[in-house]
Design a binder for this molecule. Structure first.
Ligand code: LMR
Length: 397
């Protein structure tokens, strides 16, 4: 049965985890997988999470099944976090949410749901996009195509080309947009650009699928939801995939949410029944622990404020790292302009070096980043930035 298989290559992002862990170099630098790290290179459990976990442990009385939707409180709080409590789509009862195993689980549910809405739908993703988007949607049998997004030469958005491409996409298709902190480029739409994309979406009638894996890592929880909220207020149907991996630091707990917005409450109910069927066929019911933590935090004003403060600290550290790397590269004599890194948002940017230079950095300096030269900014710290900047300088100068 297995004899005809050929081995798959290591995942371009997750494969780096193993390589990095096995590297004995004392100054190795991990800029690979997108996880937050503190100054000491550790990914901490947030203090609000610890408190919420303790509360749940003390009060939980059963492990009985919840059901394919997951926790109703978690789902409500997550949609309020994404849209704001007084969003017109929420007030019109057009929003339905299921808890999912991480943001990736949300995307897979969305993929199978789309396949049932329209088996011939094409999903349009930005060029470039998160390395797993294409494989994930193709695995669900969906045809994936790209629209122009990032200009590697000018380190800016190909906004006119993006608009022209979206303006030719039909109502039968789905367009995947990153809510904020574009992965992998760090190049986000401005609010004005969102307004233009929303107008095109309304005009064309395609369904936007917004991936929000980093809410709160760009400018703030509400600021980062500008596109999500305004798109949801303007279009008839929409899908939103959210993740609690980064902003709650719940990576291995695997908790996220898939939200759909229907044209009206009745159509949202029908679509929701299909969503639940899809969930039942993939994994039956989502894990509960991460959802319990998040709903405890978001349901308590004190814990929510603590979470917002911890999230701000993570965001500010990342932004500080951006500026610090740019300054260090200049200090080490690098002539090439890297100012764009300080202007981009979220966990990632492309360094903009060749794959040969990426390989050289890994082989000779134990500096790890994705082949595309995507760097995870959270892996930079006061303790390694000199070594990192010197290594980059040696490889590119
Ligand atoms: C990343 O892009 O590094 C993260 O989203 C982790 C992952 O699963 O790829």
């Amino acid at each position: 049965m297995f004899n005809k298989l050929t081995a798959m290559p290591a995942d371009p992002i997750l494969g780096l985890l193993t390589k990095y862990r096995e590297d004995p170099h004392s100054q190795k630098v991990d800029l690979g997988v997108g996880v937050y790290k503190d100054e000491s290179g550790h990914t901490p459990i947030l203090s609000c999470v610890k408190k919420a976990e303790k509360f749940r442990l003390d009060t939980e009385s059963t492990k009985v099944y919840i059901g394919p939707t997951g926790s109703a409180d978690f789902n409500r709080l997550m949609s309020e976090l994404a849209f704001g409590t007084d969003h017109p789509a929420l007030l019109a009862n057009r929003v339905r949410t299921v808890s999912t195993p991480g943001g990736t689980g949300a995307l897979r549910v969305a993929a199978d749901f789309i396949k049932r809405c329209n088996p011939n739908a094409t999903l349009w993703v930005s060029d470039p996009t998160w390395a797993n988007h294409t494989g994930l949607f193709e695995a669900a049998g969906i045809n994936v195509k790209t629209y122009p997004y990032y200009d590697y030469d000018s380190k800016s958005l190909k906004f006119d080309e993006m608009k022209a491409a979206l303006a030719s996409i039909s109502a039968d298709d789905v367009v995947l947009l990153h809510a904020c902190c574009h992965n992998p480029s760090g190049m986000d739409l401005t609010n004005e650009q969102w307004d233009e994309i929303i107008a095109i979406s309304v005009n064309q009638g395609f369904t936007p699928l917004i991936d929000m894996a980093y809410q709160g890592f760009g400018d703030g929880v509400d600021e980062d939801a500008y596109g999500v909220r305004n798109m949801a207020a303007a279009v008839e149907t929409m899908v939103l995939c959210s993740s609690c991996s980064k902003n709650f630091g719940l990576y291995r707990e695997r908790i996220g949410a898939c939200t759909i917005i229907g044209k009206d409450a009745a159509r949202a109910d029908i679509a929701f029944s299909v969503l639940l069927y899809v969930v039942r066929c993939i994994y039956s019911m989502p894990p509960a622990h991460g959802a319990a933590i998040v709903e405890t935090i978001l349901g308590s004003e004190t814990l929510k404020q603590e979470w917002l403060a911890e999230l701000k600290e993570m965001r500010e550290r990342i932004n500080g790292n951006r500026a610090m790397l740019v300054a260090k590269l200049k200090e080490k004599g690098v002539q090439q302009n890297f100012d764009f890194i300080a202007e981009q948002k979220g966990m990632f940017s492309f360094l903009g070096i060749t794959s040969t230079q990426v390989a050289e950095l890994q082989e000779h300096y134990s500096v790890y980043m994705v082949d595309s030269s995507r760097i995870s900014i959270a892996g930079i710290g006061n303790g390694n930035v000199d070594y990192l900047a010197e290594s980059i300088a040696k490889v590119i100068c």
